[in-house]
Design a binder for this molecule. Structure first.
Ligand SMILES: Cc1ncc(COP(=O)(O)O)c(C=O)c1O
Length: 362
């Protein structure tokens, strides 16, 4: 059997999606479980996006616009870029795949952090690349240590900013210094999936490097603050030449029409966006104060999730919380067996989270 399988694929461990919430409830004999495991927007999508989906439903017999013209037209002025600078993906996950397919040759080196979004390694390895994972420093990407590992064989560097699962951010000074030193042929991928949660002045201006003609691709998504995770839509920003190459391997209708319509409407709903930001901000403060009261160590977060040190087996804490109907994410696969990651929810969800955590840690 083994020789039937591409050797780059044979040893990969698949992403573990977990069971549907309804199935968990059935198995545990509980109801009303809350999911704080995947960093989704607890408020749901914008009502404007829902209306746009309803309006677009009658046209699902048509293929979607393969060029994503109207969405790019809505995005470009907001980002201060041209339409030719944007590529759309079936979630930013697909863009990670498109980037590796476009730029990587087997045997080339990809560098990222040792505790970061798992897709970089999974996809890079599936293309036969060598994956080098540089340890975080104080739970943050260590860009100096990454630079020290860059060699002639290095093709891509993936940086999640803020990082998932730690929630930490590489600041503008660190990133500017990194961009000064990184050899220009190396492609830098800045994955800014949680960009809209970032309320900080010192966040790197990654698009300015694209404007300077550098080898950089910025990834953003509609899955997080825009609440459209199920529709699978994200986008990449890069020089038109790079976008052109990526479009050569992209499937022609990779982003469906409901997703495109919803994304356009979501971009227009600034009220929903700022409400979502405010709920996250106040939820974060509430959770910090509760964790402080309970003496729980956490990593201060720039995103909509928080990494907690349970100081015991995190998977066991996860299982106990699960039985109380609170679904969080154990961190064993990230090499942090004592930790769990919790998504910041609504006020009521956060209270339930704290209660379940209190009981699980007793
Ligand atoms: C850092 C990071 N990048 C990308 C993604 C994938 O997002 P999408 O739903 O757009 O594929 C996630 C999702 O959790 C993420 O945390």
């Amino acid at each position: 059997m083994k020789n039937l399988i591409n050797p780059h694929i044979a040893d990969l461990k698949p992403y573990s999606p977990g069971k549907p919430v309804q199935e968990l409830e059935r198995e545990l004999g509980i109801a009303g479980a809350i999911k704080l495991a995947s960093n989704e927007n607890p408020l749901g999508p914008s009502p404007k996006a829902l209306n746009a989906i309803k309006e677009a439903l009658g046209e699902v017999h048509r293929y979607p616009d393969g060029g994503g013209f109207y969405l790019k037209q809505a995005l470009a002025p907001k980002l201060g870029v041209k339409l030719e600078n944007i590529v759309l993906g079936n979630g930013s996950d697909e863009l990670i795949e498109i980037i590796c397919r476009t730029f990587l040759n087997p045997g080339e080196q990809v560098i990222s952090a040792d505790c970061t979004f798992v897709e970089y390694e999974l996809v890079a390895k599936s293309f036969g690349a060598k994956m080098l994972k540089v340890p975080l420093k104080g739970f943050t990407y260590d860009l100096e240590a990454i630079l020290a590992e860059v060699d002639d064989n290095t093709k891509l560097v993936f940086i999640a900013n803020p990082n998932n699962p730690t929630g930490t951010m590489v600041d503008r000074m660190a990133f500017d210094s990194f961009m000064k030193k990184i050899p220009p042929p190396v492609m830098v991928v800045m994955d800014e999936a949680y960009y809209e949660y970032m309320m900080r002045e010192d966040f790197p201006d990654s698009i300015s490097y694209m404007q300077q003609g550098r080898n950089i691709i910025i990834l953003r998504t509609f899955s997080k603050i825009y609440g459209l995770a199920a529709l699978r839509i994200g986008y990449g920003i890069a020089r038109p030449e790079l976008i052109d190459y990526m479009n050569r391997v992209r499937l022609p209708f990779n982003v469906n029409s409901l997703a495109q319509a919803a994304a356009i409407a979501a971009l227009d709903d600034t009220e929903h966006l700022s409400h979502s930001q405010a709920v996250t901000r106040s939820g974060r403060q509430y959770l910090y104060s509760q964790f402080d009261k309970l003496g729980i160590d956490y990593v201060p977060s720039a995103a909509n999730f928080i990494l907690l040190d349970t100081k015991r087996n995190g998977s066991r804490v996860y299982n106990t919380m699960l039985k109380a109907g609170v679904i969080v994410r154990p961190m064993q696969v990230y090499g942090l067996p004592d930790y769990i990651r919790v998504t910041i929810g609504t006020e009521g969800e956060n209270r339930r989270l704290v209660e379940a955590l209190k009981r699980a840690l007793k």
